[in-house]
Design a protein around this ligand. Structure first.
Ligand SMILES: Cc1cc2nc3c(=O)[nH]c(=O)nc-3n(C[C@H](O)[C@H](O)[C@H](O)COP(=O)(O)OP(=O)(O)OC[C@H]3O[C@@H](n4cnc5c(N)ncnc54)[C@H](O)[C@@H]3O)c2cc1C
Ligand code: FES
Ligand code: FES
Length: 1402
């Protein structure tokens, strides 16, 4: 076909409707397209394939397989042109809040949606799974979410909801480590008979008569999923479990409430799904009718000079591709686009011609030959994985050793959405040093077939010669990869792959490898070997010297192992300052992988050597263990509504994509977008800002700098930050200027054209540098009591040490956004902003614009996660949009990219504690002196208050009679640290607990013993003079020891550890108390405004912001309870400064307390007013009562201001009341650690929380699970790193910064609420307690359990106290498990001297 016959339009189906797009924008992604036509349910969370918020289902007809294939895909990575001939289903295509799809309904109603920003992505991943397999297993369900992140829920409720679709009630333990299933037995939850109905359920609902639960008297329909109740169909039609026993645990209201919800679920009927349009089958087969569009090659010329490419082709055959390549030999080929899109986005790749090769059937072919299998270049990773499994089964494990190693390397390869699109050729063509496939291909002796466009000739290049350097291959210009051939294996040949990343799923390797050895059948001598490593050089490398050292040696002979290890260490040495850092860890991993391979291969080859005995324990930890959870609460509320486990009120809107977030607001005519000009220096004087080039750029309207700020250019409560800098920049990434343009893309492009000239100034990044250079903010905070020196004099020991905990990124899924809409008169401006503090935004924006606050209304409908990050920092973003609107009189939108958000929006303060502690021989704490440092960044923000919380939490739950805490805030050239859930308290507790662990090591006592003997008792006084009343930690401590079988498990773990060498388990029992207070009196106020309309509907407004924590749900429950109305009558629309004025930010876990009373009081007033009408009109509906009151001229509006809790604490005198009360809790965590890699699994977590009389138990449990998981991430996987060279944040975006994924949560996650305590002194609304932040610190129990496991590992090598800093990443853990490999990998200090590490914690 000649180029002139190429088409320039594409045809696809979207949610069942045919769409034709002509004059295609080559830069447009599917996500941008969907959102531009109003389908905003699909969210933008990162734009780099790392979060799954943009997941859609893409279905296509595979002509080769004659089959419809449904795949989940990241719409943010899909170019729109790649959708030609496909059917896209988005969250809107499934259902609506009124008529949800079962997937949406179950995730929503079973509490799987908090802020909801991630929810459409989870819905679509599960939906895709069900479209492919309507009866999935629980295992398949868990795995379908490996490309989706949620920051709020802790995943457990999402998994629980999704598992209601499982075809068998698989129970924990019924799945073996390799994914196979054991025959059912009694432990599986079945009755033991083979066809027990609990194990046979096929996703259908069972109908049982309504039942009254024996103990509670609660009546509910037992029409439930069967996951917990046996259907009664087996064993002579008698239920194999008696009805009484099979009821959800009748003392456990959580299960009863869950069963009630499940009983109402619609049945899932796969036949009701949107069909794949028959037209698309004809289209793919080139058999469309004459009047229908034909599938043709595409050729599109860009009309946009700024496009990343000017000319685009999509050939449909290999011949067409070769013709094109001949014409354009340097054209950029694009297959799955998962790498190219990042080059375009992050590295601003520009090419004249690009060719999309993913619709060429020849490149997707897989063929089996005598001695090898050939995989077409465009075979996706998902297809590859599927085919490999088939081939392994067909050819058997011996011949398919390499295929099996490739298969296992894929079990940790990205997430589903990426595996569904990215191709094997794309993976090797980018020649990334950490490609997962390259080392295994190399070790397998695979080769690449290349075709030259010039003459169609083919050549084969062995994989070991394919990679020439960093992102450089042996491919010549005009060549294309046709296929990759993998040879079968011979007898006595073993191949394995290993990978270690920062996180289990959706993460690229730190080091990976493919290792192969073949021994002589008779002698056992090595006849062939290949050891290929990724992450150890500029590209994947074959350790040739190591291989040579192995050949001829006797496999299994210890001296050969030593030789291999020694040679490899010498051959692949990394310099301390290596790009990517972690030189010692990477070396240790390489050696550890070799050792693992040695042990496993010796075992498989049945070689009798000592290491073979370790084969089982050095196997890679399987990700295929199922998770399970249990939530418990026993008491039944005596109230009609408050206290029930009501589902989040917008959950269905969130799950169906109807819920609106700021950036879902439709474009307003004339709207402009902001692009940020960000500082390229950490500390510098601004010499000049040149915007001329940017202003010439088509579509640019204005460039605003500090001189364009009409009002005050300073902001924050300390007034120590400039909105836009006038003279100096203080951190890398600081916004310097704003470009206003017609589109976000133009604004961003033009922002890069603004030239800023700097004069560098000295910069400080770390706390240690700041301490050395005396770089502090002025404020010093101090809490002291008793006489520390006297205590030290009495102590048996005085120990000294340091504790450190690192930063944490909020990683709310919705990045900061704001839209400013000028009203056109009197300076009025509406601001739609992602903030926790609408009043703060209103006041600061008014100040910046120089207008009265009365002209500005800040609106917040909901926020897609916040966690403290949108408390103060959101104000700046809002101010930018306000400034833009002020100057242009047009609506102005700003939506931060994920990397912009991470560089500018602040994060949790890192802390360093330098302590001296006096203790008795048996562990009694007598006195403590701690110098506490935080890294505040370049400005104050909330650092002083955060430090105050730290110092008043650093006692955690222990009586230390003599204490002296002094807190200083380091001033550094990093972004300003800010509020984060836990607000300094969790750092304070961490510093102390970390110290206690070292003290326990030094005294050789169990740390739990030290915790126990020092634990506060009721009536004890804290260092800040607060008397502990209603002190429930000791009770919960005992309860969890009982429930969690602490003593028994401790013994079991000790026994396990004594049997194993390279796999250790750890246990940790950790208490917490979290003082509820804003710390200042004036913030303890709230207001509510309630309107009853004459139709009986009620609109409630209060000052709190809904950010996923269920605040509006709780407030609506309080309103309904007080007004004695059904919950459905109450509506909360938004939070706005014109209805709730002068409000405090939604923070400090106190918003339910404050707003709850305000709502209650306003509703009470209305209820009192309406009482006479109610009495007079008994039995009449409320609508009639409201109407009657209206006609009677009774006011149906009430407002209330609440300001009760009063603090009296004085920092000067250290006297008075500081915390209004404490939310308390205890956690018990158990982990298993692979000491050779640092990878770990959280095996079980038990939590008991005292939440008072909960307003909504389901929501509170959601907060506990979510906060715990966030705390677990803070202390394990989430590492924030900066370049010490220039202060650049290294860990930007989800590809570098790792929040926990669904696979990281506790395998067994049990949460219960404390019952049966009086709470008589609580003065809060309905005696509830704040819950948002308090459980976060308990997540550190995973850290301390890991520490316990590391201690067990170190018993083999070293003794003495262990100093372990947080986060305990795999790197930290591996290096702490000191052994020979770590010693070998260690870079001597003299070699480190003079070189700057790649990245540092600050
Ligand atoms: C979120 C995320 C997670 C990831 N996780 C992992 C991981 O865990 N492990 C891992 O190894 N990788 C990972 N990657 C990288 C990813 O696997 C690669 O980007 C992918 O395999 C590339 O395939 P593609 O088809 O998308 O390539 P594209 O982006 O389309 O192309 C990449 C390069 O390959 C070239 N190319 C493609 N096909 C051919 C061909 N037939 N002939 C010649 N050149 C060709 C292109 O010209 C381009 O230069 C991840 C990427 C993302 C975005
Ligand atoms: S927005 Fe697409 S994966 Fe995050
Ligand atoms: S509910 Fe998942 S990110 Fe908020």
């Amino acid at each position: 076909m000649s180029f002139s016959e190429y088409s320039n339009s594409i045809v696809f189906y979207l949610n069942g409707k045919r769409i034709v797009v002509r004059s295609l924008d080559l830069d447009m992604t599917l996500l941008q397209y969907l959102r531009s036509i109003g389908l905003t349910g699909t969210k933008l969370g990162c734009g780099e394939g790392g979060c799954g918020a943009c997941t859609v289902m893409v279905s296509r007809y595979d002509t080769h397989l004659d089959k419809i294939i449904h795949t989940s895909a990241n719409a943010c990575l899909c170019p729109l042109y790649s959708i030609d001939g496909k059917h896209v289903i988005t969250v809107e295509g499934l259902g609506t809040a009124k008529k949800p799809h079962p997937v949406q309904e179950r995730i929503a109603l079973l509490h799987g949606s908090q802020c909801g920003f991630c929810t459409p992505g989870f819905v679509m991943s599960l939906y895709t799974l069900l479209r492919n397999n309507p009866n999935p297993t629980e295992l398949e369900i868990e795995e379908c979410f490996d490309g989706n992140l949620c920051r709020c829920t802790g995943y457990r409720p999402i998994l629980d909801a999704a598992k209601t679709f499982a075809d068998q009630a698989w129970k924990q333990g019924s799945v073996n480590a390799d994914g196979s299933v054991r025959a059912p037995d009694k432990n599986d939850g079945g009755c033991g008979i083979e066809d027990c109905c609990r194990l046979q359920k096929k996703g259908k609902l069972f109908s049982l008569p309504a039942t009254t639960l024996p103990h509670t008297g609660t009546s509910f329909s037992t029409d439930i999923s069967g996951a917990t109740i046996c259907c009664g169909k087996n064993a002579n039609s008698v239920c194999c479990k008696s009805t009484a026993k099979t009821m959800p645990d009748s003392d456990n209201l959580a299960e009863i409430e869950k069963a009630r919800i499940i009983s109402k679920f619609q049945m899932y009927d796969p036949t009701q799904e949107l069909i794949f349009p028959p037209f698309l089958i004809r289209y793919a087969n080139h058999k469309t009718a004459e009047n229908e569009p034909q599938m043709r090659p595409l050729k599109i010329e860009s009309t946009n000079p700024q496009s990343w490419c000017q000319r685009f082709f999509r050939p449909l055959t290999l011949d067409e591709l070769l013709v094109l390549l001949k014409e354009y030999p340097s054209a950029k080929l694009v297959a799955g686009n998962s790498r190219v899109c990042l080059d375009i986005k992050l590295e601003h790749l520009r090419v004249p011609v690009h060719i999309y090769i993913n619709d060429i059937p020849e490149l997707r072919q897989i063929s089996e030959h005598q001695d090898h299998v050939s995989f077409g270049a465009s075979v996706t990773i998902a297809q590859f994985e599927h085919k490999l499994k088939e081939l392994i089964n067909k050819y058997g494990l011996q011949r398919a050793q390499s295929l099996s190693a490739l298969h296992s390397s894929l079990s940790h390869f990205a997430g589903n959405q990426i595996r569904n699109v990215s191709t094997i050729a794309g993976n090797i063509a980018i020649a990334s040093p950490i490609s997962d496939l390259s080392p295994v291909f190399m070790a397998a002796g695979a080769y690449v077939t290349l075709v030259a466009a010039e003459n169609g000739s083919k050549r084969q290049v062995p994989m070991c010669e394919f990679f020439l350097g960093y992102r450089k291959t042996a491919m010549r210009t005009g060549e294309v990869i046709l296929n990759i051939c993998v040879p079968f294996n011979q007898k006595k040949e073993i191949v394995r792959s290993f990978k270690q990343a920062k996180r289990k799923s959706q993460d690229i390797a730190i080091v990976n490898c493919g290792l192969r050895v073949r021994v002589d059948e008779d002698t056992g001598d090595v006849v062939d070997a290949a050891f290929a490593f990724g992450g150890m050089a500029q590209t994947t490398v074959l350790a040739k010297n190591t291989i040579a050292s192995a050949i001829g040696g006797k496999w299994g002979d210890r001296s050969l192992l030593d030789r291999i290890i020694g040679t490899c260490q010498n051959e692949l040495r990394l310099g301390f300052a290596i790009r990517g850092g972690m030189a010692e860890y990477r070396s240790a991993l390489m050696l550890s992988f070799l050792f693992k391979f040695w042990a496993i291969s010796c075992n498989e080859l049945q070689i009798n050597c000592a290491e073979a005995a370790f084969a089982a324990e050095v196997q890679d930890e399987s990700r295929r263990m199922l998770t399970k959870g249990k939530q418990e609460y026993a008491s039944i509320t005596d109230r009609a509504i408050v206290g029930k486990g009501v589902t989040h009120r917008s959950a269905l809107q969130q799950a169906t994509g109807e819920a609106r977030y700021v950036n879902d607001t439709p474009l307003i005519q004339g709207e402009l977008f902001i692009g940020l000009v960000m500082s390229q220096r950490a500390h510098a004087r601004i010499i000049s800002i040149d915007s001329i080039e940017a202003l010439r750029f088509p579509g640019v309207h204005r460039v605003l700098t500090a001189c364009d700020v009409p009002g005050s250019n300073t902001w924050t409560f300390s007034c120590d930050e400039e909105v836009l800098p006038t003279e100096e920049v203080h951190y890398m990434g600081q916004p310097i200027a704003l470009v206003l343009a017609d589109s976000q893309k133009v604004a961003q492009e033009a922002a890069r054209m603004v030239r800023v000239e700097y004069e560098d100034l000295p910069a400080i990044f770390t706390m240690r540098e700041a301490i050395a250079q005396n770089s502090f903010f002025d404020e010093v905070r101090e809490v002291s009591n008793g006489d520390v020196d006297a205590a030290f004099a009495q102590a048996d020991f005085v120990f000294k040490g340091e504790s450190y905990c690192g930063q944490q990124e909020h990683f709310y899924l919705e990045t900061m956004s704001s839209i400013a809409v000028p009203k056109g008169e009197s300076g009025e401006l509406d601001l739609y902003t992602t903030t926790q503090g609408p009043t703060g935004v209103q006041m600061e924006c008014a100040k910046v614009l120089g207008v009265p606050a009365s002209r500005i209304v800040c609106h917040v409908k909901r926020v897609g996660g916040s966690f403290g990050g949108k408390e103060s920092r959101a104000t700046l973003i809002a101010a930018f949009s306000a400034l833009g609107a002020y100057h242009t009189n047009k609506p102005v939108r700003i939506v931060l990219e994920r990397n912009e958000d991470m560089q500018t929006s602040g994060q949790r303060h890192p802390y360093l504690g330098q302590w001296e502690v006096g203790v008795t021989r048996d562990g009694k704490l007598l006195g403590l002196r701690m110098r506490v440092f935080s890294n505040g960044g370049f400005s104050h923000d909330a650092s002083v208050i955060v430090m105050e919380h730290t110092l008043t939490s650093a006692d955690n739950c222990y009586m230390i009679p003599n204490t002296s805490y002094i807190g200083r805030i380091c001033r550094t050239n990093t972004q300003s640290s800010t509020a984060f859930r836990g607000f300094g308290s969790c750092q304070g507790m961490f510093l102390l607990e970390s110290m206690l662990c070292e003290v326990a090591d030094l005294l050789e006592l169990p740390v739990e013993q030290i915790r126990e003997i020092n634990m506060y008792k009721t009536g004890d006084i804290t260092p800040y003079a607060q008397c502990l009343t209603e002190w429930n930690v000791p009770l919960m401590w005992e309860q969890i020891k009982q429930k969690g079988e602490f003593a028994k498990r401790r013994r079991e773990i000790d026994e396990f550890n004594s049997r194993t060498r390279y796999r250790k388990r750890g246990l940790s029992l950790l208490p917490t108390k979290f003082g509820i207070t804003f710390g200042v009196n004036f913030m303890h106020q709230a207001m509510a405004l309630v309107h009853v309309y004459m139709d009986g509907s009620v609109l409630v407004t209060h000052g709190g912001v809904e950010m996923g924590q269920g605040l509006h749900t709780k407030m609506a429950m309080i309103a309904a309870e007080t007004l004695e109305l059904p919950l459905e009558s109450i509506f909360i629309s938004e939070t706005a400064t014109n209805t709730a004025a002068n409000t405090s930010p939604t923070a400090a876990s106190i918003s339910s307390d404050l707003n709850g009373y305000a709502v209650h009081n306003a509703c009470k007033e209305l209820a009192d007013r309406l009482q006479p009408y109610r009495e007079r009109m008994k039995g009449e509906p409320f609508s009639k009562i409201a109407k009657a009151a209206y006609l009677d001229r009774c006011s149906l509006t009430a407002s209330s201001h609440y300001n009760k809790p009063t603090l009296s604490y004085s920092w000067k005198t250290n006297k008075g009341l500081l915390h209004l009360y404490y939310t308390q809790g205890v956690a018990l965590a158990e982990v298993e650690l692979d000491t050779l890699t640092g990878a770990h699994t959280t095996r079980r977590v038990d939590i008991i929380m005292d939440v008072g009389k909960s307003l909504n138990k389901a929501i509170d449990i959601g907060q506990i699970e979510g906060a715990f998981t966030q705390g677990q991430g803070w202390t394990t996987t989430e590492e924030y790193l900066y370049s010490p060279q220039n202060g650049q944040l290294v860990t930007q975006g989800p590809s570098n910064y790792k929040i926990p994924s669904a696979l990281d949560i506790a395998r067994d996650f049990r949460v219960s609420l404390l019952e049966g305590v009086p709470n008589s002194t609580l003065k809060t609304i309905f005696s509830s307690k704040g819950i948002g932040e308090p459980p976060l610190f308990l997540g550190a129990s995973v850290f301390f359990a890991l520490r316990d496991a590391v201690l067990a590992a170190r018993k083999h090598s070293v003794s003495g106290a262990l100093h372990l800093e947080s986060p305990a990443t795999p790197e930290v853990l591996r290096l702490a498990c000191k052994d020979d490999f770590v010693d070998m990998a260690r870079i001597p200090d003299e070699q480190k001297k003079g070189s700057t590490p790649f990245a540092v914690r600050i």
